[in-house]
Design a protein around this ligand. Structure first.
Ligand code: AMP
Ligand code: MG
Length: 385
């Protein structure tokens, strides 16, 4: 199949004439990849079981992994759901349109082919102007998982989509790089206390402020354990993965305590950083030590002839002396780290590295989503130093 690519001139004000053909393809059961504020989505008519099948085939995705139905306004929600629980109304009011997906009991209109056989349906209303207008013009809810081959890092540019899906879908709508760069937060609002099934840019802290009570699906924080099935079926797959074997590097609490002790082997550095870095000295020491350990491990790997990638940050870049280093953003801006995460993983794929070492980040706020994706990319492989 020839895949057409349409470039949107002004993504803040897309013209209907630019989107009309894409909308028609969706309505007629074809597939169109398009930008959203989270990552690029691979869209098909959510009410058409055949379209859902095509999505699974194009992505190479297991068909028990349900799709998110995307809508453009509140009126489009009602036909898809059996009820809208109170928490769902509150969150829709506060965070829609935006990077938040909610799980509702599904109506009979939504085929099981879209929900992976579940009696619930995941719905999101994207804010991105191109996405929102395209859905409106299509006139049908649009099922849109990330527009990547299953198992590869999610696409944050139209070129990423092209790499994975050219020749497999009817059209790619190119709206430039996306804003956030991580998939939406998923919240199940159908249970008495709403549960976060996947962390994202709408953080646990933000949800807690609006709802009071919110819990986290325990399956989010670790590798699949027996008896602990993620409530978002997709979270069980080794998702978001680069081709290389990736390891996250974390500094142990006790290491830090040792480092602060007078007379420790890094004590000279500690004293220097305490005077130079003021309040941030603890973080500086931690990062300095992490880089030192990564250099050791990377140099060792390189000796065996392996190609090694290092995921670092603007602040730490200069500390690395081994491996191919790429900055993922600024430590003082989680937004920048989220934005670059998948692009850096793909770049290392293109460079053909065998191993990747990645710095770790704090797990609060957006850091929770960042660490969730890094952990999944690393298959929860952690080097504790
Ligand atoms: P993606 O669209 O690729 O970002 O993935 C969609 C995510 O939403 C997957 O992790 C799915 O398992 C999850 N999801 C979709 N529908 C449901 C549902 N009805 N209940 C729970 N999780 C869902
Ligand atoms: Mg995905």
């Amino acid at each position: 199949m020839d895949t057409e690519r349409i470039v949107i001139k002004d993504v803040q004000n897309p013209k209907d004439s630019e989107l009309i053909k894409a909308a028609q393809i969706l309505r007629e059961g074809g597939l169109v990849a398009f930008p959203t504020e989270t990552v690029y989505g691979l869209g098909g008519n959510a009410l058409d079981e055949q379209a859902a099948k095509k999505i699974y085939r194009a992505k190479g995705r297991p068909s028990d992994n349900p799709l998110i139905a995307h809508i453009s306004c509140m009126e489009e929600l009602e036909p898809l759901v059996r009820e809208i629980p109170k928490a769902g109304r509150i969150l829709a009011e506060r965070y829609w349109p935006g990077p938040l997906t909610m799980i509702f009991p599904k109506s009979s209109l939504v085929p099981y082919g879209t929900t992976g056989g579940l009696d619930t349906v995941a719905v999101r209303m994207p804010k991105d102007r191109v996405a929102n207008r395209l859905i409106r013009l299509a006139g049908v809810p649009v099922a849109a998982p990330s527009a990547n081959t299953s198992g590869r890092p999610s696409p944050t540019t139209a070129d990423h989509v092209w790499q994975d899906l050219e020749g497999k879908i009817e059209m790619v709508v190119d709206g430039g790089p996306v804003g956030i760069g991580l998939e939406s937060t998923i919240v199940d609002v159908s249970s008495p206390v709403p549960v976060i099934l996947r962390p994202g840019a709408i953080t646990q802290e933000m949800l807690g402020q609006v709802l009071g009570q919110i819990s986290l699906d325990p399956a989010i924080s670790g590798p699949g354990q027996e008896g602990l099935r993620p409530r978002a079926p997709g979270m069980k797959y080794k998702h978001y993965a680069p081709r290389a074997e990736m390891t996250l590097v974390e500094v142990k609490e006790e290491t830090m305590e040792q480092l602060y002790r007078p007379g420790s082997f890094l004590h000279g550095q500690v004293s220097r950083m305490m005077t130079e870095s003021g309040r941030n000295w603890k973080m500086k020491i931690e990062i300095f030590y992490m880089a030192w350990k990564v250099n050791e491990a990377a140099a060792q790997m390189e000796k065996t002839g392996a190609r090694v990638g290092v995921i670092c940050t603007e602040e730490t870049m200069d500390e690395y002396t081994a491996g191919i280093k790429r900055s993922i953003g600024r430590r003082d801006s989680e937004v920048s780290v989220a934005h670059n995460l998948y692009g850096v993983l793909r770049e290392f794929d293109d460079l053909g590295v065998d191993f990747i070492y990645a710095e770790s980040f704090s797990e609060t706020h957006l850091g929770n989503a960042i660490m969730n994706r890094l952990n999944k990319a690393a298959g929860y492989r952690i080097l504790w130093v």
